[in-house]
Design a protein around this ligand. Structure first.
Ligand SMILES: NC(=O)c1ccc[n+]([C@@H]2O[C@H](COP(=O)([O-])OP(=O)(O)OC[C@H]3O[C@@H](n4cnc5c(N)ncnc54)[C@H](O)[C@@H]3O)[C@@H](O)[C@H]2O)c1
Length: 323
């Protein structure tokens, strides 16, 4: 009886495995291929910390391989799947759409197919707020038209959701889709804007800001996201449902920059660039559904969360420069 966490050595996956280890007596199998989308040293360090925890095992492998998924589900006696592994990141997907298609759609299908043959009690499919696009009403609601995703990344996440919901309807794979919004916290991915800004401000470098900083993002602390995922892993009667996991308090990017400046005690040097078409002007989660069915209630205020992130950043990146 084990939980499979794909992408378990990544940013959110490593936090989620910690939560399972500290709050349950269940075994966690973290599957990761340690790809070089960003510096694998961060993933290796996450994995080394995870291996010190009770009942957490790290396995190096690729979930795009159907045969290995079948073997893993059988041998490790997997009863629940938390599918976090993916190519994430909006900008990179614009230049490299095929890898997103292969991993985010093909890899998800390889896991769903294995779960059809070796049934599990829950298949948490971690999608993204980027499934909402141009034309979506604001705030974003799960039961309203989603619009067209602004990036190939968002399109692959939407496709994966649809495949998951089809497998739920057709084969009774107990899929639940979650849509996290701009997740941040210690161990954040180096490719994300928050890391790029913090690195540049900490080291006195100029950094590009696309647009005038008025874009708003619904930043959500990783501990809040993990709590929502935890509740979704255990809740009854939600197969085939989709839930937003956000903070429902969109914040302007220029305010985020001010908070980083305050926390680091340094001034930002901004190189303003034209806005990018793959960036929506706002992301904003309606949480009515998650509150009702998952008892989801985000706790971490942005000021405290950014301060904690900057402290972690200084400690980690003093030793490991951002690559
Ligand atoms: N961080 C965010 O703001 C955010 C927001 C919304 C949704 N999400 C979603 O949450 C999930 C986790 O995101 P993250 O920020 O922790 O990213 P991450 O890149 O840190 O984690 C993903 C992990 O998946 C692994 N992986 C990728 N392809 C694999 C494969 N074929 N086989 C095995 N492992 C593979 C990577 O090595 C990585 O460790 C992703 O599905 C992402 O789309 C993240």
């Amino acid at each position: 009886m084990s939980i499979l966490i794909t992408g378990g050595a990544g940013f959110i996956g490593s936090h989620f495995a910690e939560l399972i280890s500290t709050e349950t007596d269940e075994t966690c199998v973290c599957l990761d291929n340690f790809n070089d989308f960003y510096d694998p040293a961060l993933k290796r360090s996450n994995a080394a910390q995870l291996e010190k925890l009770d009942r957490v095992k790290v396995i190096e492998g690729d979930f795009c391989d159907l045969d290995s998924n079948r073997q893993l589900l059988q041998e490790q006696q997997i009863t629940r799947i938390v599918h976090l592994g993916a190519y994430a990141g909006v900008r990179y997907s614009v230049e490299n759409p095929f890898i997103y298609e292969r991993v985010n759609i093909g890899g998800t299908l390889a896991l769903l197919e294995a779960a059809r043959e070796f049934p599990v009690d829950r298949f948490l499919l971690v999608s993204s707020s980027t499934v909402y696009g141009k034309g979506a009403g604001i705030p974003f609601r799960e039961d309203q038209p989603l619009g067209i995703p602004a990036s190939p990344y968002g399109s692959t996440k939407r496709s994966a959701e649809l495949m998951g919901l089809t497998y739920q309807q057709l084969h009774n794979v107990p899929v639940v889709c979650l849509r996290p919004f701009s997740v941040y916290g210690p161990r954040l991915r180096p490719d994300l804007a928050l890391t790029v800004f913090t690195d540049a401000i900490a080291n006195g470098r100029k950094f590009p800001l696309f647009g005038d900083g008025s874009i708003r993002r619904d930043f959500t602390h990783v501990s809040d996201i993990c709590r929502g995922m935890f509740n979704a892993l255990h809740a009854a009667g939600i197969d085939g449902e989709v839930f937003n996991l956000g903070h429902s308090e969109p914040i302007e990017i220029r305010r985020i920059i001010e908070l980083i400046e305050k926390s680091l005690g340094k001034t930002a040097q901004i190189d303003q660039q034209p806005e990018r078409p793959e960036d929506l002007p706002i992301t904003y989660a309606d949480l009515t559904r998650a509150e009702k069915h998952l008892q989801y209630a985000p706790q971490v205020p942005i000021e405290a969360g950014i301060d904690e992130f900057c402290k972690w950043f200084r400690e980690w990146h003093e030793v490991h420069p951002v690559k």
